[in-house]
Design a protein around this ligand. Structure first.
Ligand code: OAD
Length: 388
């Protein structure tokens, strides 16, 4: 890295990429089109305003509120070795951990907006609440580094366990056992416990930050490895933005790090405003409100034009260009005439071979699961609250 990643960089160290270490410079970098491959890294802090506690906040975090489980240490509830010996505390808590009908926060919608703008390279999340999907970020853009409740299996032989039976076990606070009678191992949801491997998708994509041109870290204490090392994989001169209530990890140690030490929702609103996207962001978020039909972004349909109209438009455009260039001499005029002819030929060729733009757009929204069924594709047993 060529730098001690544990030390904050001096304020007067000049950045290598940004004009200055400020939100405004970062917004300019984005607006200038220099951030086209953004990686986002998130943790529980982006969901606290939805009503889901994080893990390590001193009074409100989950780990500060587990006394009733009589654990040797709070994180034992997610420790695979402890679970093997004593699975009861996890199942006593599992009901509370299950995602409910929470609304994504505006921070989740900000990630969706980056995707809509074609700027999101990948989202790495430690969260198991699935609110990123619920906000409309497509599955193929999300790496759930700490797994999810979507599947469950035996911790010994990996034999899958039916969802409806898991639901019942969680409801009853009972510990399910492997359905393979020769095994009889303990079963748990496929959320990653301490001592377990992260999903293969994490390892396959963990070097993506090297290719990014902006990294945004939000709502995480960066205290769990290997996730915590992801921001260090970014290039030395790649700007990194931290939006979090406290300074974490190595963020702040590089000359192009920008720190917004505040509430995530307030931070993304500021960034969106500086980029001129605030209204769009609020609109994107409003689509997640209860009762709103999930609307995939639709391109505004233009009235259909006839071939002649299109040709006439092209001619007008080119004529305008010609008129602007009064000093064109004869040779250039000839080139222009040829160019117009070629353009006409290309338009005609395209008309014959390309499906209509409207037809292509019609299919584009169907890849996002959240557009149709909310979280029910992940938690089919969870009935969505009636819309308000
Ligand atoms: P943590 O609880 O460790 O960290 C949350 C971070 O978000 C803290 O730095 C908070 O100060 C900050 N924060 C909370 N609410 C915020 C808000 N509204 N705005 C801004 N900042 C806010 O949660 P994670 O980093 O996600 O793993 O925890 C990482 C992993 O530890 C979890 O995935 C889980 C846990 O043990 C496993 O269970 C394997």
């Amino acid at each position: 890295m060529g730098q001690d990643e544990s030390r904050m960089v001096d304020d007067d160290t000049p950045p290598k990429t940004l004009d200055s270490r400020s939100l405004e410079s970062l917004a300019k970098y984005i607006k200038d089109g220099r951030a086209k491959r953004i990686v986002v890294m998130t943790g529980a802090g982006i969901s606290t305003s939805a009503g889901i506690p994080d893990f390590r906040s001193p009074d409100t975090g989950l780990y500060a509120n587990l006394q009733r489980l009589n654990l040797p240490y709070a994180e034992a509830v997610f420790d695979i070795d402890y679970f093997r010996k004593n699975p009861d505390p996890f199942y006593a808590l599992a009901q509370e951990l299950y995602p409910g009908s929470y609304r994504p926060t505006i921070t989740h919608s900000f990630i969706k907006l980056l995707h809509d703008k074609g700027l999101l390279l990948k989202l790495f999340t430690q969260n198991i609440d699935c609110l990123e999907r619920e906000a409309g970020v497509p599955d193929d853009k999300i790496i759930e580094a700490h797994g999810s409740f979507a599947k469950q299996s035996c911790i010994e032989c990996k034999y899958p366990y039916p969802k409806d039976q898991m639901q019942q076990a969680i409801k009853d606070k009972s510990v399910p056992r492997c359905l393979n009678s020769e095994c009889n191992g303990l079963v748990k949801p496929e959320i990653v416990f301490f001592g377990e491997q992260l999903p293969e998708s994490f390892f396959r994509n963990r070097f993506l930050p090297e290719d990014s041109d902006l990294c945004i870290v939000m709502g995480t204490s960066l205290s769990v490895q290997p996730f915590a090392s992801l921001p260090q994989a970014c290039g030395e001169s790649t700007p990194r933005l931290l939006i979090n209530s406290e300074q974490v990890g190595s963020l702040g140690s590089r000359a192009d790090d920008v720190l917004l030490l505040e509430d995530c929702d307030a931070g993304v609103r500021k960034l969106a405003e500086a980029c001129g996207w605030l209204e769009e962001l609020e609109n994107t978020w409003s689509e997640t409100a209860p009762g709103q039909p999930r609307i995939e972004k639709k391109k505004v349909e233009e009235p259909k034009k006839t071939r002649d109209e299109k040709l006439a438009e092209e001619v007008d455009k080119l004529t305008e260009e010609v008129e602007k260039s009064l000093k064109l001499h004869q040779e250039q005029h000839e080139w222009l005439a040829n160019h117009v002819d070629n353009k006409f030929a290309r338009i005609q060729e395209n008309e014959e071979t390309t499906p209509s733009v409207n037809a292509l757009h019609t299919g584009s929204g169907s890849t996002s699961k959240s557009s149709s069924g909310g979280l029910q594709h992940v938690f089919p047993w969870i009935e969505k609250k009636p819309t308000l």
